[in-house]
Write a protein that binds this ligand. Structure first.
Ligand code: BGP
Length: 469
């Protein structure tokens, strides 16, 4: 649809930005923090580790003041489970609890809405040693942790996100590192883990509602619309297969409280259906979210599976993420889109389409919790970081959101990745996303000084005028 005039952004639109604990905080062994799987897994040795990251743990005050100057209405960060809980459910780590009180209070003091992700890939390692998400008991540990979050911060937080990108965790387990011993879980194990994570999420949502806490709670999935490579009917079926298995199967369980029909069929046919207890569907049904959050970067283009052993291939420029599945789909090229320096498809119209499809399906408010442009930014002779490509990327996506709002989609906020430069999980510190440059490289910690990029001043203006020029 083309409109004569686009609607303006609503007055309370949540203009924000995001980070996660392990990619920003550093202080990985400080003040009683336990190791997480991220600390223990093997990562690309040529790039930065997570020990110091952007040192947000020690710079949070300065950073939040910069976010205020940027004009952020909302700041999304994750809480590290490993800073809050000890090894036993009754052990809590007061220093970790206090740290997040300080972060939240600092945001509130500066007029910034704190948006909290409960779980962003960083399972406590002692739980991993007991089977991790494959062990049903991990659900109880998660609920204990969530109980502490609600008790401590429940009266301060208006937006809770349960699990970040459950679909990335399950479909691309190598994306967050490789276990030191042993190999990645099998598909059957992954879908059993998926079931437990769904239950953990539903329990957290139900608990939030039972406690009558203020605010809202929802899942955060990496969602993208899929294009069929050609008008060939088989390509259309493959695109629908993968759109369902990659996105809707996770969200249908979270929002509708039941497994998607095609997903069930796939699990049964491949003999990877998880063990499900009779009461599990009641648990899922009792945990309906108030809104849906999505991380959106790119669309994918799909052609029919050849089912001859050649469907699986690595994502462009990224050997750790495999695309394609025998009998399901193949990844195809899209000649109509640009790419980032890291080979990620740039497709703002795809965001509008994704938002429309998501709203069609559930009619719930939508929060965009990630979107951004990863690039190796550099400081020029004048000390400036001219990240013009990032500005263009963000501007086009903001236009797409405005178009979706005009379509009638209820988008409540936009929180690009990332507020400041953080460590990219397996591509290190060279792949930067922030509005604020952090002076370090993969190998050298340097000053960790914060420097405003050109995109900082640009986004500041966008927020101040509640939209683009
Ligand atoms: C999302 C994750 C983020 C962040 C982002 C960018 O999948 O939720 O944690 O890392 O992707 O990805 P990358 O750092 O690999 O470029």
């Amino acid at each position: 649809m083309q409109y004569k005039q686009l609607e303006v952004f609503p007055n309370h639109f949540l203009w924000g930005a995001s980070i996660s604990a392990y990619q920003a905080e550093g202080a990985y062994q400080e003040d009683g923090k336990l190791p997480s799987i991220i600390d223990e897994y093997q990562h690309n040795e040529d790039v930065a580790g997570f020990e110091v990251a952007s040192d947000f743990y020690h710079h949070y005050k300065e950073d939040i003041l910069l976010f205020k100057e940027l004009g952020l209405k909302a700041f999304r960060f994750s809480i590290a489970w490993t800073r809050i809980m000890g090894k036993n459910p009754e052990d809590k780590n007061q220093k970790g609890i206090d740290f997040y009180h300080r972060v939240i209070d600092e945001c509130l003091k500066n007029g910034i809405e704190p948006i909290v992700t409960m779980y962003h890939f960083d399972l406590p390692y002692h739980l991993e040693e007991q089977g991790g998400w494959l062990n049903r008991k991990t659900i109880e540990h998660f609920v204990d942790y969530v109980n502490v979050l609600f008790t401590e911060y429940g009266d301060k937080i208006n937006y809770w996100l349960t699990i970040n990108e459950q679909n990335t965790m399950i479909l691309h387990p190598g994306a967050i590192g490789l276990p030191k011993q042993g190999s990645l879980p099998t598909k059957k194990e992954l879908f059993q883990m998926n079931h437990h994570v769904l239950l953990a999420q539903a329990r957290a949502i139900a608990l939030h509602h039972q406690l009558g806490l203020k605010g809202k709670i929802g899942p955060a999935i990496n969602l993208t619309a899929m294009y069929q490579a050609t008008a060939k009917p088989e390509d259309a079926i493959a695109a629908h297969n993968w759109e369902t298995l990659r996105g809707w199967s996770f969200l249908d369980a979270a929002v509708r409280g039941k497994y998607n029909y095609l997903f069930e069929k796939y699990l049964n046919d491949r003999k990877i259906y998880p063990k499900i207890k009779a009461e599990d569907f009641d648990i899922l049904a009792a945990g309906k979210p108030d809104f849906v959050a999505i991380n959106y970067y790119s669309t994918a283009t799909i052609s029919a599976s050849k089912n001859d052993g050649s469907d699986v291939s690595p994502r462009a420029g990224d050997q750790q993420i495999m695309l394609g599945e025998e009998g399901v789909y193949r990844a195809a090229e899209n000649p109509y889109v640009d790419k980032t320096p890291y080979g990620w498809v740039v497709d703002p119209t795809g965001l509008r389409l994704t938002l429309r499809k998501l709203y069609d399906r559930y009619e719930l408010p939508i929060l965009i919790t990630e979107n951004g442009y990863g690039a190796p930014d550099t400081i020029d002779e004048e000390g400036k970081i001219q990240d013009t490509d990032r500005i263009h990327y963000l501007a086009k996506h903001i236009t797409a959101i405005q178009e979706a709002l005009t379509d009638g989609v209820d988008v409540i906020g936009y929180l690009p990745w990332s507020a400041i430069d953080v460590v990219s999980t397996h591509q290190g510190f060279n792949k930067r996303y922030g509005f604020i440059y952090v002076d370090r490289t993969d190998k050298e910690l340097k000053t960790l000084k914060r420097i405003r990029k050109d995109s900082f001043y640009w986004y500041q203006k966008v927020i101040a005028q509640n939209g683009l020029d």
